[in-house]
Design a protein. Sequence first.
Lengths: 382, 410
Amino acid sequence: MTAGSQTAGPEPGEFEELHDELRAVARDLLSKIPPPAPADWGQLAASGWLGLEVPDAQGGAGATFAETAVILTELGRAATSSPYLGAIAGGVGALLELAPSAGRDELLRQAAAGEALPVAVLADGSDESIWAEAGGVPFRLERTPGGLRLRGHAGFVPDAAEASTLLLLALDAVGEPVIVDRRPGPFAIGLEAQPVLDSTRRLARVTADGAEVPEESVWRFAGDPGAAVGRLLDRAAVAVACDSLGLSEAMLSATVAYAGVRQQFGRPIGSFQAVQHACADLLVQVSVSRELVRAAVARLASRDPEASVAAAMAKAHASATAVEVAGKAMQLHGGIGYTWESGIHVYLKRAALNRSLFGSPAAHRRRLAARYLGWPGAAGRR
Amino acid sequence: MTGVTGAVAEVAGGPARATALARDLGEFRAQVRSWCQAHVPADWRTTQAGVSEAEFAAFQQWWFRELRGAGYAVPHWPAEWGGGLSAAEQVVLYSELAAHDAPRLVLAFVSIHHAASTLLAAGTDEQRRRHLPAILDGEIWVQGFSEPEAGSDLASLRTTARREGDTFVVNGQKLWASGALHADWCLLLARTDTAAPKRRGISYFLLDMRSPGIDVRPIRNAVGESHFCEIFLTDVPVPAANLVGPENAGWRVAQETLGAERGMTMLELAERLGNAGFRWLVEACSRAGVLADSLVADRLAAFETEIAGLRALCLGLVERHEAGTAGPADASVVKLYYSELLQRMTGFGTEISGVRAHTALSKPASSGWESGAWMLDFIGSWEWTIPGGSSEIQRTIIAERGLGMPRAAS
């Protein structure tokens, strides 16, 4: 592990006893915001959820990704519309990987306070291959006689259009990954909203076509840049996996509750084995997702070098399971489930979008399978 | 071989909690590793292929003694009886045994798990003193629960035990008694009150298999093996001292002891599936020349993901058992998931290996449920989805007890 951002970090598990309380408070607060109404960002800031991982010195709680993951899961459970994914899972995560500086620390402080919305632009969401292979950095810095210029594009970036600051992942002139900080004004970046069916998410395409970049906007990673990029991509994938897990739990519980009260043939439909067994299968799948997400979160929080395997598993499983659960929820709610008013479509759309964000299940399984070719037993050994 | 299994075990990666547990267990892990390297016979899969029942039993008894010598045979027992490893140490032990492809304790399974946990939870001091040391010396137990008319509906069992003074006289028939041919003792459920509601008239006995009136007949199963047996009981005398728990409380005793160790025994099986099982699946794909095929790679990665989930589920069950917070359907979730994953994995191994999978006419005795003889493993997987509460029963338990859904009409 490289030095730098590791100084005086919290111990993994240090905050575990706070999870139940954090979860309960978040569940209560978020349940009062009917999607797709956007959450009040100031309220999220006041609750301390924006700066969970921000160091104490910058007004944060100095906790770990494990605590952020609790909020991410609750946001999924309530299908909350907010820029938490782009700004906190993404932006704050990226800032924490950077070498400390006055500028970075101030941005972290503002992010924790809800005064700034730094959104990370890590990958081109229209390119699936980046999760199968290394080196999907979306932007390039070129050194020209006129100074640094930025080129590249990234599609389907969550929350980019709402950002106060974009943190663009780029390769510098010698091919080293850096973060280019773009605040309003200094140089031209194209931002184009990309409307999607999921009304709880905002995606945008970010384009840089030779934009001038001041030297001070180029921020270097604290440790090994390649490893940092890998962690950021894993973190984004696991953040979505958390969302999908919360969403799955919400849909399963809504379905079980409905099946307990909806009567047909003189009995609650939940007493029919066809319904019971369908719900049992969902519980098994959700239980497996929960374990895989928990493992990935723990590994990311402790900066375990094996985290990317766990992240791929968690994203592949949880994001696919959520679509299955939301789909079965619509089915078992019957005609009511198919109505706009029931709101189940909101979950199904979000689940399906989650499945495609930050690497599809198939893309993450490609990452896993690439390892098998190097296994000793795989060389045709008997 | 050790290097391979070790390396694969590392990359297959257990859940983070296992890592956390293992952090302080490095020394113990190193000790188990070096013991495995010195004691697991390199050629046991070859020498144990197609052996007779007697050779199988002898090999099992030998391996049990080896493990016992190291203190690894009954790690889950209390220290005073010869065990005493912490749950975390047991997790390490089972993952290392699996990583080193050690033979499984098949013959002693009921003895060290079910018999022992019943004795420890509900037995008398005299029963414990008589049997726990004997089990360490190789006493073999069989479970006599199921009957021809009492499968999923176990409480309908009809075998009777009629009290005559200090003795019960047992009559009836038991089925699917795995390993009964080798058994010294039997965990027996029999009806002691035929007038009571079906769950309230059952008693739990320790039955000496040398008693008069016992006839054991092997039943050949779909794999072609004969470890399942029928036990015919005709006027078999059982001393009242061999009653476990109060008379007519046998159903409760059985319920309380059945699930007690499911976490750790399932964890052992999950570790097997995650080590040898998955490694062979990758090798089978490699041999078939399809490892780089994207559809095959996708299936493999899905299996690896599911195995990681299974391992974490088992570990969670172990932790919740320790903490006393296990939910009423947690063990059912694990059993259902393991058994169906085993079936899908062995089915895939069979498919991917083509006709070659059908040419392995026997599998090594003492191996796990995934021996690499894919077609036989595939057929054998029904031995997991049917007994111990079939998958259908598990789903009902999960729905009604785990999710609290309304009871199905009966």
